[in-house]
Design a protein around this ligand. Structure first.
Ligand SMILES: [Zn+2]
Length: 413
């Protein structure tokens, strides 16, 4: 058994290297759009579908006829074909959605400004990428790039795809490299005998069924005041002006910094939970909300309170979704269990007697109108989540004491 991990590092290309990367990105974008156009055209005009294999063979033929012209000098062959595979995956996803009867969304043409990822591979004989003895990343057609290796890739890892991503544009663009690695399954952690339910707040705090509150990713809209200031500055400046471009670059940097911060704290929180608990119960998030917010409309003004609230909720969901995906893989590696439960009415249900009533909840306090039990509203919700998970897993609901919980978990293990 293996686990997949991705290691991400900052790259520091020289000006010339950044230029070479930009040229390859431009070409990759052109190729993507041309291949998309070919598929559209063939289908519209002759009802014929052109697939990856045909396009890839054609690219090879073009390269043979005009070496150096297509693609730019020295671009790795696998990298160029990867662009066609990316398009192929976009179509596969499109057909999958059509089949399921979802809103399909035909693959779109991409603008050169937004096309910001190139891929190489360390697998097989494709070549094109290597780490030199001096610890630089050698990319075919680009050169040997300086990397900030802030943590090491384990030596027993088998390296796979290497993706280089550009953030921002112009001379201040920043580059990152993500290295996919396959690691042998690590030994699972010793059981702790503890189960926990967690309530993910709209703000940054997560409440545990144990009564604790831990710091989570800062998700609320207010946290991004720096981002909003930058966004207002962009809006004030004239379209197409140099000053507007500058302001847009600043906005992109601030957004990125915020995303990095969120990612860090999501890693921290998920690690803590996995270290302490065998079973972690969470609400399953509303996917529709997350999808809507995934397009990134953070800077758009919300006009009324309800809208504002739903926007906050959507942003929170998005950053919690990231935390939960980290939690899922960390839990899997450590041999822990994450149980997702139905989120309906968790804040209106009493964790002691199970009575559901909106009147039990008032702001931050919960006071059951059926049995009189009082607790912090979020901690009560976390306990409801835990109880649902235990019921779902067929574990008898233990009492509130630690011993009871440990015994119940041991019975299942
Ligand atoms: Zn009650």
């Amino acid at each position: 058994m293996f686990v997949q991990r991705t290691y991400r590092y900052r790259l520091y290309p020289t000006r010339r290297q950044a230029g070479a990367l930009a040229a390859q990105l431009r070409f990759a974008c052109e190729l993507y759009n041309a291949a998309l156009e070919q598929r559209r055209w063939a289908y519209r005009r002759c009802g014929k579908s052109v697939g990856y294999h045909a396009q890839s063979a054609e690219l090879t033929e073009l390269r043979r006829q005009a070496p150096g012209l297509c693609p730019p000098e020295g671009m790795n062959c696998w990298s160029a074909q990867e662009v066609l595979r990316r398009l192929d995956r976009a179509f596969a996803a499109f057909f999958r959605r059509v089949k399921r009867g979802e809103k399909a969304g035909y693959p779109r043409f991409r603008s050169a400004r937004r096309f910001d990822t190139l891929a190489w591979t360390m697998k097989g004989h494709a070549g094109g990428v290597a780490v030199t003895e001096e610890g630089r990343l050698r990319l075919q057609g680009v050169g040997c790039l300086k990397v900030k290796w802030h943590r090491s890739v384990p030596t027993e890892a088998t390296l796979g795809e290497v993706r280089v991503t550009r953030r921002g544009s112009g001379p201040r663009a920043r580059f990152y490299v993500s290295i996919c690695a396959e690691l042998p399954d690590p030994p699972s952690r010793p059981a702790t005998g503890q189960a926990v339910g967690i309530d993910l707040g709209v703000r940054r705090l997560v409440s545990l069924s144990t009564g604790e509150q831990l710091e989570g990713p800062r998700a609320e809209r207010e946290a991004s005041s720096a981002v909003r200031r930058a966004a207002r500055r962009v809006a004030r400046r004239k379209r197409g002006s140099q000053r507007r471009r500058k302001a847009a670059a600043l906005l992109a940097r601030r957004r990125e910094r915020e995303a990095n911060r969120r990612r860090d704290s999501a890693h921290k929180l998920s690690r803590t939970l996995v270290e302490r608990f065998d079973l972690i119960a969470v609400e399953s998030l509303r996917v529709a909300n997350m999808m809507r917010s995934a397009r990134g409309t953070v800077a758009e003004p919300a006009t009324n309170v309800a809208q504002k609230r739903s926007l906050n909720r959507a942003i929170a969901d998005q950053s919690w979704a990231q935390m939960l995906s980290f939690l899922a893989y960390k839990a899997e590696e450590a041999g822990r269990r994450v149980v997702k439960v139905d989120p309906a009415n968790t804040s209106r249900t009493c964790s002691a007697c199970g009575a559901v009533d909106a009147r039990s909840r008032s702001a931050k306090r919960f006071r059951c109108i059926a049995c009189g039990r009082a607790d912090d509203a979020d901690v009560n919700a976390a306990n409801v989540i835990l109880a649902r998970a235990l019921a779902q897993e067929g574990i008898e609901r233990p009492g509130r004491g630690r011993q009871a919980q440990t015994a119940a978990l041991a019975a299942v293990a």
